[in-house]
Design a protein around this ligand. Structure first.
Ligand code: SAM
Ligand code: SF4
Length: 357
């Protein structure tokens, strides 16, 4: 067997004396706080065809050489190792996942070779129309499309050149292709789009789409917009309640991520989601793991530090060894992020465009 690189994750045993991968449900990935990690966000590229103001600098970011990215075969090997640890959902993200060549093949490989049944994608939707059918045929089940405004000019301003019409065509195409769930993600920026929320909800509900509103996070370019630009979830709800009748009960499915939902009083099949990334610290329930295009695991979105799996893959590690390494690395997942708190400047260095939100 080939020699493995010596990489220390720093933790080899738990308080019970068991190795980290044996804590929690046997064989399942969990961290030292007992959170079961079931959801892998897989960033497949740091490239993007847009430069949204809260995410990328105007000039874009220097493109990494493609050879530094994991190949589809390498991704599948890693995802199998994650699956062996109980990860059941994989969400493809980026940068923009649709700019990665032949991304639809990866979707098929994740289903057929890695055995993942819940495959989702987060996309800006600009190039969705032409790939929608094949993505769904190859196993894409759920999609979240970023849509910050229904006003073409405002959309163009926020995305620095994006065309609203293309995104709307993409949404039509993916729904026609039969995807099981469609959501839109709207980052709410005070005095930019906060007055549009009720309109966005009406529009989305009329198309069987679930809208979700996200607080602006101080990550990467988002940090430059400043604390004042954050329109809190509490403000979003107050604003929406002036226009819509929403139930006071909320639901939160922790297996599905940090959003929680309010329902239409007149039609409880319709819901609107909120992600209070800044004001509602959801870390205690976080079940996510992130993998960058270059094969680094990030236990938390707010962390600039990663642990590389690429070397392990490229030196011929077996699936079981990779699983054990992942389990031990993720055991260190921190308790929570520290947006806008003392001494937390580090997250300004986090690159949302390579980490994928
Ligand atoms: N390009 C794809 C897209 O835009 O959907 C996927 C990657 S993007 C980084 C993932 C999500 O992160 C998007 O919904 C985007 O709106 C969100 N996002 C990016 N920067 C953000 C920020 N500073 N605060 C909140 N959400 C942000
Ligand atoms: Fe690209 Fe998505 Fe970032 Fe916008 S939010 S610049 S679409 S990666």
């Amino acid at each position: 067997m080939s020699r493995l690189p010596v990489i220390s994750t720093g933790i080899t045993t738990t308080p019970s004396g068991k190795p980290p991968h044996q804590v929690g449900i046997p064989g399942w990935l969990s961290d030292r706080y007992g959170r079961q990690l079931r959801y892998l966000r897989l960033s497949v590229t740091d490239r993007c065809d847009l430069t949204c103001k809260y995410c990328m600098p105007e000039e874009g970011i220097p493109a990494s050489p493609r050879s530094e990215f994991l190949s589809f075969e390498e991704i599948v090997r890693l995802v199998r190792a994650f699956r062996n640890l109980g990860v059941s959902t994989v969400r493809l993200t980026g940068g923009e996942p649709l700019v990665r060549k032949d991304i639809e093949h990866l979707v098929g490989m994740l289903r057929d070779q890695a055995g993942i049944t819940d495959i989702a994608m987060t996309s800006n939707g600009s190039a969705l129309a032409k790939k929608a059918k094949v993505l769904v045929e190859n196993g894409l089940q759920r999609i979240n499309v970023s849509l910050d405004s229904l006003d073409a000019l405002r959309f163009q301003t926020m995305t620095r050149g994006g065309k609203l019409e293309r995104v709307l065509h993409g949404l039509d195409a993916i729904q026609e292709a039969g995807v099981s769930e469609t959501k839109i993600n709207t980052v709410v920026v005070r005095d930019f789009n906060h007055n549009e929320l009720a309109n966005i909800v009406d529009w989305a509900w009329s198309r069987h789409i679930t809208p979700r509103f996200i607080e602006l996070m101080p990550l990467g370019e988002g940090a430059r917009l400043g604390r004042e630009a954050v329109f809190s979830v509490a403000e979003m709800k107050a604003h929406l309640c002036q226009h819509l009748e929403l139930s006071s009960d909320s639901s939160h499915d922790i297996r599905r991520g940090p959003a929680y939902y309010l329902y239409s009083v007149t039609d409880p099949t319709k819901k609107v989601g909120f992600i209070g990334a800044v004001t509602d610290n959801f870390c205690a329930q976080c079940n996510r793991v992130r993998l960058t295009p270059k094969g680094e695991i990030r236990a938390c979105l707010a962390s600039p530090d990663g642990i590389s799996l690429k070397e392990l893959l490229r030196t011929g590690a077996q699936e079981q060894q990779i699983s054990e390494y992942i389990a031990s690395a993720l055991f260190r997942k921190g308790e929570g992020h520290e947006f806008y708190t003392r001494g937390s400047d580090q997250h300004h260095q986090v690159d949302m465009s390579s980490l994928g939100g």
